[in-house]
Design a protein around this ligand. Structure first.
Ligand code: GRF
Length: 209
């Protein structure tokens, strides 16, 4: 068991970060959010962090539009290390992270993806699932490896696709499960119950790993 020291990277509303903070504040997750970084200056995730007294700042990732690389990656690692972070949470961070960050926090970078991976990696996964005609959609929390949405899976939750769903209604249903899945995965990590064997994440039922 070890209290997680989390650094959150996000780009948008921050509802997943909120769900993690809520679990911590309710005493159900042995963790603290040390710092929140956003690559969008006015991202709502920064307002949420401020409301909870969590240090936060804008991370300028120029000149890259879709990845975290070069000086911005170096700066990101420096901020996370200075904050004493041991676990990096990608909570709606709309950039591909590169080997530098992964090497700085080996096996400690987690992402949430709004689909049942390996189906529908990339963006707007819920729309992809709807257009494909899926009857079930969902969410995946996984460790991040060098690929896009390819790392070992920790938690998945499924939701039904309903006849009258729009992309918005389906995404909203998925988000309800996201807000359970991320805290659940982090609680398993905090309890020392996760071990990675190749692609498979083993969850120790007794919490003795
Ligand atoms: C979520 O749907 C997450 O799965 C995806 O981006 C969205 C972020 O939402 N990666 P929020 O900023 O946590 O509200």
């Amino acid at each position: 068991m070890s209290r997680l020291k989390i650094g959150v990277l996000g780009s948008g509303s921050g509802s997943n970060m909120q769900s993690i903070v809520d679990e911590i504040e309710a005493g159900r997750l042995d963790a603290e959010v040390r710092v929140v970084l956003a690559d969008v200056p006015d991202a709502k995730i920064l307002d949420r962090a401020k409301r909870h007294g969590i240090p936060c700042q804008y991370l300028d990732c120029a000149p890259w539009k879709t990845k975290l690389e070069g000086p911005a990656e170096d700066r990101c690692i420096e901020i996370l290390r200075d904050a004493g972070v041991d676990t990096v949470v990608l909570a709606g961070f709309m950039r591909i992270v590169k080997p530098g960050l992964l090497a700085a926090f080996p096996n400690r970078v987690l992402n949430i993806h709004p689909a049942l991976l390996p189906a529908f990696p990339g963006v707007h996964s819920w729309t992809q699932a709807l257009d494909y005609g899926c009857k079930v959609a969902g969410v995946t929390v996984h460790f991040v490896d060098g690929g896009t949405d390819t790392g070992p899976i920790i938690v998945q939750k499924a939701v039904p696709v309903l006849e009258d769903d729009t992309p918005e209604t389906l995404h909203a249903r998925i988000q309800v499960e996201e807000h359970k899945a991320f805290p659940e995965a982090l609680a398993l990590l905090a309890a020392g119950r996760l071990s990675v064997e190749g692609r498979r994440v083993r969850i120790d039922p007794a919490g003795t790993v």
